[in-house]
Design a protein around this ligand. Structure first.
Ligand SMILES: *[C@@H]1O[C@H](CO)[C@@H](O)[C@H](O)[C@H]1NC(C)=O
Ligand SMILES: *[C@@H]1O[C@H](CO)[C@@H](O)[C@H](O)[C@H]1NC(C)=O
Ligand SMILES: *[C@@H]1O[C@H](CO)[C@@H](O)[C@H](O)[C@H]1NC(C)=O
Ligand SMILES: *[C@@H]1O[C@H](CO)[C@@H](O)[C@H](O)[C@H]1NC(C)=O
Ligand SMILES: *[C@@H]1O[C@H](CO)[C@@H](O)[C@H](O)[C@H]1NC(C)=O
Length: 533
């Protein structure tokens, strides 16, 4: 929507000799009885100086600023800030007005019309252009109107009338039609000193035809758009316009060249006209029989040729996205990433997770299997450093006291008098797991006995936890007897890193050991203790 002032407001810029001061001369036209305000423009460098208004009418030359406000009021004048307001203009007010400040000044030529005249209308008519079926707002000009902050002056709402109609209307159209075209008047109304004053303007509304729709529509039908098409498939794009005359036509261009209506061409358009309530709706359909790569690089323009303003929309083609493949790929990648993360987390924390579940759910294997012991603690001779007497005592007490394991100990729980091999096998028989503990002292298990233990474990599928020293790891073969080698391979290994492994803070050693052992069948004593407190 544009507003332009039909009459060029005559502005003269006169530069006097030697540029002593510049003079602006503005023509102001007003109907008798109306209110008009003259605004003195700001002059550079003279803002501190006093502003002086003078009038030169047919009757007299008056220094307005020198008379009292009561006298000004009697003459229908009001000075506020940089404004000189002429409340109800009469022929007597007609003349030249000037405001001066320092060495700068501006001039106004005020013409007062007592009756409707062609000249007055020409000078005070403004215009607004809107397009069919669009929202359209009429703008009431704000030329030579008083400042809203003028003391004791009330500004009322703007009233709109269509010329020739007496009832007021709204100043806008939600969807403007051709028949809304015409001359409108807007009245700005002011109340001052119990007296009402008006300032009216005429506004010509010009309604122009416009392409109203494209099909398939995407976002806004009236904006230039990108249409998504399939390569190798046909595409039809329609453009609809409301025309005002039969001579208006709608057509399609490819680049700058006009397309033809010849249906035997690979790219053409066809046109239909329909009369809807006195309006001519023209539909032009662009038909591309098979979209090629080349078509994607071109601009297509739907153009309305009308007596008034031509209007057009530009369309570019783009290949349809393949959201299904993309989202499928993204989805798959996400699932894989999640699976990898889950696996990584499980591998990293499986010991913690298992022990946590075991502790949280009580015993995972709570069903009694008839065994008397959770584990059989058995020593073997390690070539390098092993657990001392104290270390073994510590290991035993933590497993029993803190974690609640019921242990079978060779030198404590085996009835004396039995042969060593028989006693060891008895212990294995009654235990759910066997823990082999390295010691520096030879416990007296010959390699023959180790082989017997190995076959017993394999036969009974008893769990074996092989605690090995750090050096056992390094010198895997050679110094370690073959029977021990077999046992270490058959069982789950937990590495003993010296005394620090037994510290309660060394959760790594304990967690790993507990992870490989079955859950204890009895409630840990530590829990019983806390429950009785
Ligand atoms: C007006 O007067 C001021 C000083 O009073 C001077 O600086 C300025 O240049 C003058 N302006 C013109 C347009 O002569
Ligand atoms: C506004 O009106 C009040 C009361 O009528 C009056 O006293 C006051 O002087 C007026 N102000 C101006 C700036 O005219
Ligand atoms: C001002 O305009 C309104 C609305 O058009 C009208 O009713 C009223 O009589 C006018 N007043 C004067 C003083 O012209
Ligand atoms: C339509 O195009 C075809 C092929 O280019 C041509 O042979 C034919 O003469 C054209 N028809 C008209 C009516 O222009
Ligand atoms: C214009 O061409 C399109 C595509 O071939 C077709 O669907 C439509 O009906 C045609 N319109 C007229 C008026 O021939």
């Amino acid at each position: 929507m544009t507003m332009k002032i039909l009459p060029v407001h005559l502005v003269f810029l006169l530069t006097f000799l030697a540029g002593v001061f510049s003079l602006r001369h503005t023509a102001v036209h007003i109907k008798a009885g109306e209110m008009v305000a003259l605004l003195c423009p700001h002059h550079k460098g003279s803002n501190d100086a006093e502003l002086i208004w003078t009038s030169h009418t047919a009757q007299e030359t008056l220094l307005i600023s020198s008379i009292s406000s009561a006298e000004q009021r009697q003459m229908g004048l009001l000075v506020h800030g940089r404004n000189l307001v002429i409340l109800g203009a009469s022929v007597n007010h007609q003349g030249k007005y000037s405001c001066s400040q320092g060495n700068a000044s501006s001039e106004f030529m005020l013409t007062v019309y007592t009756e409707q005249s062609r000249e007055y209308e020409e000078q005070t008519t403004y215009s607004t252009t809107c397009f069919t079926q669009e929202y359209c707002m009429l703008n009431c000009p704000d030329v030579n109107i008083p400042d809203v902050n003028t003391p004791n002056m009330t500004t009322n709402d703007i009233m709109w009338h269509k010329k020739g109609e007496s009832f007021p209307i709204d100043g806008y159209f939600s969807s403007v039609e051709k028949n809304n075209h015409g001359i409108y008047t807007c009245t700005r109304s002011y109340l001052y000193d119990q007296q009402s004053y008006n300032r009216t303007f005429a506004v010509i509304l010009d309604v122009k035809p416009k392409i109203i729709q494209k099909s398939p529509t995407i976002n806004s039908p009236l904006q230039d758009d990108v249409f998504h098409v399939d390569l190798g498939s046909p595409a039809v794009i329609s453009c609809i316009a409301v025309a005002f005359s039969d001579s208006d036509s709608l057509h399609w261009l490819s680049g700058n060249s006009m397309l033809k209506k010849n249906e035997s061409l690979t790219v053409f358009y066809n046109e239909t006209r329909e009369n809807i309530d006195g309006e001519i709706h023209i539909t032009a359909s662009l038909v591309i029989k098979m979209v090629t790569e080349e078509d994607l690089s071109k601009h297509y323009t739907c153009k309305l040729d009308s007596d008034d303003t031509p209007s057009s929309v530009i369309i570019t083609l783009a290949q349809k996205a393949r959201p299904s493949y993309i989202s499928l790929a993204v989805g798959s990648v996400c699932i894989i990433v999640v699976m990898l993360l889950t696996t990584a987390v499980y591998v990293k924390f499986k010991i913690h997770i298992t022990l946590f579940l075991r502790d949280a759910l009580g015993c995972l294997s709570s069903a009694s299997d008839g065994q008397s012991y959770d584990a059989f603690l058995m020593c073997y001779k390690s070539d390098t450093d092993g657990l001392s007497e104290d270390d073994r005592e510590c290991l035993k007490s933590v497993l029993e006291e803190r974690f609640g394991y019921n242990l079978c100990l060779y030198d404590r729980d085996i009835l004396p008098g039995k042969a060593v091999a028989e006693a060891v096998l008895d212990c294995i028989e009654q235990s759910r797991a066997v823990v082999l503990v390295p010691t520096s002292l030879d416990p007296g298990l010959g390699s023959g006995l180790l082989s017997v233990i190995h076959s017993a474990l394999v036969e009974k599928k008893t769990r074996l936890v092989f605690i090995k020293t750090e050096s056992t790891e390094v010198s895997k073969s050679g110094s370690v007897p073959e029977a021990l080698q077999l046992l270490s391979e058959a069982g789950n290994c937990v590495t003993w890193k010296g005394k620090r492994s037994l510290m309660p803070s060394s959760s790594f050693f304990w967690n790993k050991l507990r992870y490989h052992l079955p859950a204890p069948q009895h409630v840990p004593k530590i829990r019983l203790l806390t429950q009785t407190v």
